[in-house]
Design a binder for this molecule. Structure first.
Ligand code: UFG
Length: 347
């Protein structure tokens, strides 16, 4: 049955990727409802009905599904810090698997048969070859990746038992901020590379530690596939449209297929911001693969997805602009005149 006028429930819709996706879903004409416990997300990022609550609360979930005519779920809510998952696996299995099961069970009880799931490139672990296709070996190297893989498998089994259709999107490195500077990555602990480099550019930290300079890569630093959050959000809209037409369990990488090294990111930040970024080389971070790059043929073929905003300049300039808004250090209104953004806004 098609989505028609039914609502889309977005769990974790107040977070970095969730809030951007809510915006894109609304632009595409969907009626959206957000459920978020606000543990890391922010109510300010949500421009639709927000229910503050947790997926652990099965009674609340039942009430939500009874009160709203929900046609599909886009499921972001979960814990996402790799290092934390190694120290406290129980938190990850609870939040990402057990609470996720609550969601699936309530969906089954209420006959809601479509779900888009935030998975991760972490399901692959250390890749055997590049680029990484969806059929590569799945061998997570930390509990975070393990929970994402477990949930993908659960979706497969629920698919056959309960006719639940799903799209699991395996994100590579999410980055950047909305083009208008109103939505971006704001977390209590900054662990991701680009926000960390920006903190150094903004003199909020003294220097960036580069974890490893002896990888087998062109400049010795690790290479990742960085995908702009607006592109990532657009992939969710395409995935939802697919489920509106097709049933089954689908899995896609979401990346660009292009890799940038840590050093290239630092150089890009210096170029965009005009600020010096002091670096220090330190040991490799345990568990970090040398290179991660997505094979994006499948998502291009099936969903007609290709990244539009994931060039280095757009990634860094939107992230920098957001960083300045967030830390109140002089939002650059002229960014809307930035050539790379202007080009897109007139598309
Ligand atoms: N890095 C540094 N210094 C820092 C922070 C990061 O050199 O201060 C390096 C890392 O070693 C890595 C690269 O920058 O080589 C990117 O690191 P991030 O922490 O930004 O991202 P990861 O590639 O480690 O992790 C991302 C997502 C995870 C996901 C994983 C999939 O953030 O959620 O990709 O492999 F699990």
């Amino acid at each position: 049955m098609g989505l028609g006028k039914k609502k889309i429930l977005v769990t974790g819709g107040a977070g970095y990727i969730g809030s951007q996706t809510v915006r894109e879903l609304q632009k595409a004409g969907f009626d959206v409802l957000v459920l978020d416990n606000l543990s890391t997300g922010s109510a300010d990022s949500v421009n639709c009905q927000l229910i503050v609550g947790d997926l652990a609360d099965a009674v609340l979930l039942d009430k939500i599904f009874a009160q709203h005519n929900i046609g599909a779920v886009v499921h972001f809510a979960g814990s996402i810090i790799v290092e934390e998952s190694v120290l406290y696996p129980e938190k990850y299995f609870q939040n990402n698997v057990v609470n996720g099961l609550n969601l699936l069970n309530v969906m089954v009880r209420h006959g809601v048969k479509k779900i888009i799931f935030s998975s991760s490139a972490a399901v692959y672990g250390e890749p055997e070859r590049l680029p990484i296709s969806e059929t590569s070996i799945l061998r997570p190297t930390n509990p975070y990746g393990e929970t994402k893989l477990m949930f993908e498998k659960i979706l497969g089994w629920y698919g056959s038992a309960h006719e639940l259709s799903s799209v699991s999107l395996r994100y590579f490195n999410a980055c950047g901020a909305s083009l208008d500077g109103t939505l971006g990555e704001k977390r209590p602990f900054v662990t991701h590379l680009i926000p960390k480099i920006l903190r150094v550019a903004a003199r909020q930290d003294e220097m960036l530690k580069i974890y490893g300079s002896d990888y087998n890569t062109p400049d010795g630093t690790a290479v990742r596939d960085y995908i702009h959050v607006v592109d990532l959000a657009a992939a969710h809209v395409l995935a939802l449209k697919k489920l509106d037409e097709d049933s089954g369990c689908f899995t896609y990488n979401v990346g660009t297929g292009v890799g940038y090294s840590v050093k290239q990111m630092v150089d890009a930040v210096m170029e965009v911001t005009g600020k010096m970024v002091m670096i220090e080389y330190s040991n490799r971070r345990p568990g970090d693969p040398a290179q991660l790059m997505a094979d994006v043929a499948k998502i291009k073929q099936d969903l007609n997805f290709s990244a539009q905003y994931s060039d280095l300049n757009t990634i860094v300039s939107t992230a920098w602009n957001w960083h300045k808004v967030c830390y109140n250090i002089g939002y650059d209104k002229t960014l809307s005149n930035h050539p790379s953004l202007q080009r897109r806004e007139t598309d």
